[in-house]
Each structure stands twice: as C-alpha cells, then as structure tokens.
Design a protein around this ligand. Structure first.
Ligand code: ME8
Length: 518
C-alpha cells in the first residue's frame, strides 16, 4: 500500500567555503535519524540536503584557492556528498544552488515578489559581514581593533554602499507575529522562539536583496547589473527541490510543501524564522511547519575554528569510534537544542557504558544463553508471570514514547526511553537468573529468555534510525525477516516465533580500549 502520509525535512545547505566538520555532520545526522524514523513509521519521506554555492564568501574562497568559482564549488560540494556517504545518510536529493533547476526557481520567485509589489529599487548604505553573509544595523555592532566594526557573531563588518533591490520586510512584522502566535510550534526550542519574537517585536527594516559589487550569484531578472542576495537564493532551495514553480495539484510541490521541518543551527535561525516565512507569505506560498534551531558544538571546551585548527573531520570520528557509535554519541550526549562539548572522554564513556555494558551486554548474554541452552532456536515460552507481562508491556509502550519524543526532535529523550527499557531488561535478567533456572526449571528458563528476546526485538527495531548497522545485525541474530522491521511490527502479532532457528550470536559493541597517553 503506498504511503499517504508525507514528511519533508531539510538540512541547511552548507557553504562550500569550507570542508565539512562535525557541526555539519550533526545537523545532517539529526535529519537522517528522523527521516529513517518516519519512514519506518509509515511516512513517505523526502529528506533534502545540499550546498549553498553563491555569494561573496564563496567567491573569495575560490579566489584564494586560485580557482574559478564553479570549479571550486564542484570540488568542495563533493566533500559534502562524501560526508553523507560516510555517515550512511539517506537523503533523497542533494541540491546545489548552481543547478539550472534552482536558478530558474529563484528567478520565478523573484518575479512573483515583484508582481506582488514586495520588491522595490533603492540604494543600500550600511554594514555587511561577509562571513555571515548578513546586513547589520549600526546599533548592533561593537568597536573592534583598528576602528573595525564587529557583528554580534564576532564577524568583521565592512561598509557597503550600492544600488540595491529591497524586500518590504518591515511591512511583515505584524503578520509574522500573528503567524508565530497561531503556530506555537513553528520555532523550537521554545527559548529560541521567544528570542525571535522579541527581535521581531522591536521592528524590522526592509531587507536589501541584491548586490552589484561582485558577480557570483543569480542574476536579477531584467536587471543584469544586480545579483540576488545569497540568502534569498539559498532559502529558496527548499522549494526548488520539490519542483517549484510547478505547484499543480499533482506536483511534487503539492505533495511535500509546506516542509514539515527545516533543521538548522542556532546561528541561522533568524534567516529561517523571519526572512523565509516572510518571503513565502509575500509570494502567497505557505510557510514551513517548523524550524528547529539546535545548539552549538565546541571541541574539548573550545570553539571550532580554522585558526585553532581544531575542527574535527567527521570521517576521523567514524574511523576512531565506528559509525554507529559516533551517531549514538552525537544524539545522546547533549539534550537536542542545547550546546554541547565534544570530548574524547565523553565518547569513550558512552561507548563503554551505554553501548558495550548496557545494550551490547544485554543482547550478548541473552542470545548466548539461548544459543547454548535452547538449541539455537527462539525458545518456546510457557505462561507469563506478572514480571514477564510488565516487561513486555513496557516494550510495547516504547513506540508511543519514542514517537512523541521524535515529533519534538527530542532525540536524546527518545534514546533515554530506550535505555530505560534496556536497564529494566538487564535488571530482569539479574532477578530471574535464567542461568540458575537451567537446572531447576528449564521451562521457566525458556519463558524468561523468550520474554527477553522479544523485548530486545522491540528495542532493536527502535534503535534502527539511530544505529542502522548494529540494529540490523542484532535483528539478524534474532532472525527477524527484513520485511518485518518497520514499526507496524512493534506488536505482539509480530512477536518472535518459537522454534525459529537463530544464527550464532556475535558481539555488537566492542569496548573502546583507550590508547596509552603519549
Ligand atoms: O549557514 N555546531 O551554511 P554553513 C553545530 N549556507 N552545528 C554546526 C556547527 C557547530 N559548531 N558549525 C556548523 C550556512 N554547524 C548557510 C545555510 S540554508 C538555506 C543556508 C551546522 O556552512 C549548523 O547546522 O555555515 C549551522 O546552522 C550550519 O552548519 C551552518 O552551515
């Protein structure tokens, strides 16, 4: 049966001025995990990522690399595709803003805004930070060394004076506030929502949306002297990828728009939560349903930066710790939405504690007892005790809990719920002591091991979005057919079938042995 529920989610499109680091991997990982969860939960998912290739920052980086911008973007965009591959991300599309489909879509959007009277020609005189690709008001800046002006983000600003097209953003203040009011979950987390609302309440200035002093951008239709402001260009990628300007009732746009979720870092929330819904409403298109602004990673207590040379390449993490381990750590360590610090110690603690001791050990001891004592077959249970029923009921309750947490992008809380279950199961093993029952009451031993195997089946199905590799191996060890791994099988009707042959158990998560300090 084809899925009728659609779910469209996006990562930011990353600037190609830099190589990918764990910050980029983090945002994409969160989206990948959610995309996998929603697919397993029966949705027709579209998961988009890509690269943001225009603008002054990219033009400058290309010049520094001695390449023309397109050759440069070809090269660096590939790094982001490689990152997606290394992490086993399941994006359905990878958009580049230099593609013809995008240029055509943005120019169409521009024309629509012109027709609706939302754009006018003026001239801009003010401060611009190339690093942020953002305009700043004098009142937002502080003085830096040698008379320089510094933006709140720390980026250096330069004075810009040029003819420019403007978007009538100021006129959207009240309609934006009404929109936030009517859609309380549009911006998450709530603290970030309050910041945006407070900022919009102070009033908005019309937004300069074209530049004339450099060339690397999409030409403004009908006025070749201007190229579009890179954020208007970039934000529109989300509609390009669903086929805009084709908005016919049977189009991809009609199926997926409005997007269910734009996942972004907190640094770019204003663009997504203020400019983007204003552009869309001004073009008479629906705003997205949610923008989630997650927190910022530092490395061993320090900001990641080129000058410190401390940015961690995502591939290094995978090589050092394994893919599933890296995926687990990033989503478990920090409440999603908060800032987090990456430290080697914290990763090793999670691997040896949560993965090896808790999850891995549960699976290992149950599966090896079954292998040795139940003829390498799913055991045949007898009547269930109250303790058995309690554990099974908790396992069956996991879908509702994790579904709720995932609907709020609370990845860490979904994992906490799964680990609470793992903890309960480990305690049940200790209490029931199946190894002792082997001699005294083998029938009861079989029941206990069955209850445990069935509990592990539930946990393994639900850890799939987070740790696809290890979860698949565990489900293989339980002989769960591949066709029975979506969430419709989290019911007693799909329970393990007694006497099914099981393969030899294998360890899931090796302990991480620390290398001796040099
Ligand atoms: O802003 N911690 O691209 P960008 C967590 N092209 N996340 C981090 C991070 C860190 N230390 N560093 C980066 C742009 N990120 C625009 C977006 S969208 C229409 C255009 C992640 O390459 C985080 O998601 O600077 C942040 O928002 C994004 O990378 C910025 O990527």
């Amino acid at each position: 049966m084809p899925a009728t529920k659609h779910y469209y989610l996006t990562t930011p499109i990353y600037y190609v001025n830099d190589v990918p680091h764990i910050g980029h991997a983090y945002t994409s990982l969160a989206c990948d995990t959610l995309a996998r969860f929603m697919r397993l939960d029966g949705y027709d998912v579209k998961f988009l990522t890509g690269t943001d290739e225009h603008g002054q920052k990219v033009e400058k980086s290309a010049a520094l690399a001695g390449l023309d911008p397109l050759a440069f973007t070809d090269r660096v965009s590939q790094n982001f595709r490689d990152m997606a591959k290394a992490f086993n991300f399941t994006n359905d599309d990878f958009i580049r803003t230099t593609e013809p489909r995008h240029i055509q879509a943005v120019q169409h959007l521009w024309q629509r805004l012109v027709e609706r009277g939302e754009i006018y020609l003026g001239s801009y005189a003010g401060w611009y930070a190339v690093r942020d690709e953002a305009f700043y008001g004098e009142d937002e800046l502080r003085d830096g060394p040698a008379g320089r002006k510094i933006a709140p983000t720390g980026a250096e600003c330069e004075w810009v004076e040029e003819p420019s097209y403007f978007f009538r953003l100021a006129a959207w203040r009240d309609r934006l506030l009404a929109f936030y009011d009517a859609n309380p979950d549009f911006i998450l987390p709530a603290g970030k929502r309050n910041e945006v609302i407070a900022f919009v309440k102070t009033g908005l200035r019309d937004l300069s949306i074209s530049r004339t002093t450099f060339k690397w951008g999409i030409p403004v239709p009908g006025d070749d002297a201007h190229i579009m402001y890179v954020w208007l260009d970039a934000l529109a990628n989300y509609i390009t990828a669903v086929g805009y300007p084709n908005v016919a009732p049977d189009s991809e746009f009609a199926r997926y728009w409005p997007a269910d979720l734009h996942m972004v870092g907190k640094d770019i929330l204003r663009f997504h939560a203020i400019y983007w819904p204003a552009f869309l409403m001004a073009a008479d298109l629906a705003p997205p349903r949610r923008v989630f602004a997650h927190g910022w990673w530092t490395i061993e207590g320090q900001k990641m930066s080129k000058s410190l040379g401390n940015a961690i390449a995502p591939e290094t993490l995978i090589e050092s710790y394994g893919l599933d381990q890296t995926r687990y750590f990033l989503l478990r360590e920090v409440p999603f939405g908060n800032d987090g610090d990456f430290s080697t110690r914290a990763v090793i603690n999670r691997i040896n504690g949560d993965l090896a001791n808790d999850y891995g050990n549960l699976a290992q001891r149950v599966l090896s007892m079954i292998h040795k004592n139940c003829g390498a077959q799913v055991p045949t249970p007898g009547p269930f005790t109250e303790a058995d029923q309690r554990l099974l009921a908790a396992a069956q309750g996991l879908l509702a809990t994790t579904r709720h947490e995932m609907s709020l992008q609370a990845f860490n809380r979904a994992l906490e719920a799964l680990w609470a279950m793992i903890g309960d199961a480990n305690r049940y093993v200790d209490e029931q002591a199946p190894w002792a029952l082997r001699k005294t009451d083998p029938a009861r031993m079989a029941t206990v091991l069955y209850v445990l195997a069935e509990t592990i089946r539930h946990v393994a199905l639900l850890t799939q979005p987070f740790m696809p590799g290890a979860s698949a191996r565990l489900l293989d060890q339980l002989a769960v057919p591949v066709a029975q791994r979506d969430f419709t099988h989290l019911t007693p009707a799909s329970a393990l079938v007694p006497a099914t042959a099981l393969p030899a158990p294998q360890g899931l998560f090796p302990r991480h042995i620390e290398e001796a300090a040099p």
